[in-house]
Write a protein that binds this ligand. Structure first.
Ligand code: ADP
Length: 476
């Protein structure tokens, strides 16, 4: 991503900071809205519940001897004005009162003495199953409750009055408290979001710096595995990645060094011999020509091997799998070494019991056998003997190519199948192989899902083997 594009995106620090501040402001706004808009309603509802409660309490104790004290206590507790009227034979009388509410509207004598009004209130309560509550104006609630006497032949009317709105002083207090809380909340959220965003973003920023170094081919970087879990996970992954890239980079460098070395050797020979043949009369001999031809053949085989292994690994070449005789393929391959056997004193033995048929790509498998025998010849010991063995057990045929040569050390064993891996790093045997043979063998056998391997002992020789399932006729 270009730097201009990067700048368009907000940093994680700013993201967290903005979100936290927005969240805090949202909460404060909610508090203000709640305080300003719903305070009156909430207060009114609480007051209504309280006054109902008080009315019930008074009703229960109405014939109690100490009703006057009870009334005082309840009125005081709930900030209300309470009156109890007795309705008896067409007469209404005030039998108890307590006033702890300054702005009471049922206290004046007009109300108390207004028999019609009191009778109306009584009837209203009766029409509402004995309890009636009504808001009066903006700030008042009046409740009426009828209680029938169990002692006398009368009915009592409990009338209560209180305010349904909070005092303006209360509202002012709540508002100034809210204001203070807002300032404190904003300061706390600013400080907290600053530290939180720093805590989360700093390991990411550190990682970014290290990743940039990695992008510049510095694979020594170490990502610190500290901080929140996700960041630790990321650091572990990046550490693994950098190790793997470093390994691949090492192999790539080795590969290039090896390939250039092996390309340069025959090219130097070809150009050297050609110049000698051009400049020195009498050097234009068939032997010198042969050197050039041999070196050209080596170059060709190196390039072909490289191409082959790339094609095999990329899967661009299709397999031509059909029934084939593995025994015959090996016999034919061994035959190709007749000249070598006759001229150089090599012995190549093929031991087989019966003919083994398998499903495979013949051309490719011939190459496997050829590469293994070639290696065995190149690396075998002074007895110059190579044994190719075919063994059939159950439904499996195993081919082993055995030599009695220098063997391969244990640490090199798993590596020899890698492309361009040579045990002999100084290329003492550069004339012998291209370092790709076993990689080709491995890729072909993998394409056949075949089991393969090697056992070797330094100084005693090596046995390379692979296995195939025997071909079964469909009706068997
Ligand atoms: P090369 O062309 O160098 O033989 P290969 O891929 O065929 O390349 O083999 C890789 C390496 O494995 C060889 O360089 C050699 O060190 C080792 N190797 C392969 N076959 C044998 C063997 N039969 N005996 C000892 N070492 C072997």
């Amino acid at each position: 991503m270009s730097e201009a594009k990067q700048k368009k995106h907000l940093s994680i620090k700013l993201h967290i900071f903005i979100s936290m501040v927005a969240l805090c402001l949202g909460l404060v706004l909610l508090l203000w809205l709640g305080g300003a808009a719903f305070l009156k309603q909430i207060y009114g509802a609480i007051k209504m519940r309280d006054i109902e409660h008080a009315s019930n309490q008074i009703s229960y104790s109405i014939e109690n001897e100490s009703i006057t004290e009870i009334l005082e206590k309840i009125a005081d507790e709930y900030d209300l004005c309470a009156k109890i009227f007795a309705f008896e034979d067409d007469d209404v009388s005030l039998v108890g009162e307590a006033d702890f509410f300054n702005d009471c509207i049922i206290c004046d004598d007009v109300v108390i003495g207004d028999k019609d009004l009191l009778t109306q209130m009584y009837e209203d309560a009766r029409d509402h199953d004995g309890f009636h509550s009504m808001p009066v104006g903006d700030n008042n609630i009046i409740t009426t409750q009828i209680v029938h006497s169990e002692v006398n032949d009368c009915a009592y009317l409990v009338v209560l009055n209180t305010s349904s709105a909070p005092l303006s002083a209360t509202i002012r207090t709540i508002h100034s408290l809210l204001g203070l809380m807002t300032v404190v909340a904003i300061i706390i959220s600013l400080v907290a979001s600053y530290f939180l965003s720093k805590r989360i973003s700093s390991p990411i920023e550190k990682m970014d710096k290290e990743a940039k170094l990695m992008a510049k081919n510095d694979y020594e970087v170490h990502f610190e595995e500290k901080g929140p879990r996700e960041i630790v996970d990321l650091a572990i992954t990046l550490n693994k990645t950098s190790q793997e890239i470093a390994e691949v980079e090492k192999i790539r460098k080795e590969l290039i060094a090896n390939i250039s070395h092996d390309l340069r050797t025959p090219l130097t020979m070809i150009s050297g011999y050609s110049e000698v043949m051009r400049d020195i009369p009498g050097e234009n001999t068939p032997e010198n020509m042969q050197v050039i031809i041999d070196e050209t053949a080596r170059l060709t085989s190196l390039v072909n091997d490289l191409l082959n292994v790339s094609k095999l690994q990329s899967g661009t070449q299709k397999m031509d799998v059909k029934k084939m005789s593995l025994t015959k393929a090996i016999k034919d391959t061994v035959k190709r070494y007749d000249t070598l056997i006759n001229h150089n004193g090599f012995t190549i033995k093929f031991e087989s019991d019966k003919e083994a048929f398998i499903l495979g790509d013949e051309t490719r498998l011939l190459q496997v056998v050829y590469n293994l025998i070639n290696n065995a010849i190149n690396y075998t010991g002074s007895d110059k003997t190579v044994i190719v063995k075919q063994e059939i057990t159950d439904n499996v045929v195993r081919i082993s190519v055995i030599d009695s040569g220098e063997g391969i050390s244990e640490e090199d064993l798993p590596l020899i199948w890698d492309r361009y891996y040579k045990v002999d790093k100084v290329h003492k045997r550069a004339m012998v192989g291209t370092g790709i043979g076993l990689s080709i063998v491995k890729n072909i056998l993998l394409l056949h899902n075949s089991r393969f391997g090697v056992s070797s002992e330094v100084g005693k020789g090596s046995t390379f083997w692979f296995e195939f399932k025997l071909y079964q006729e469909p009706n068997q």
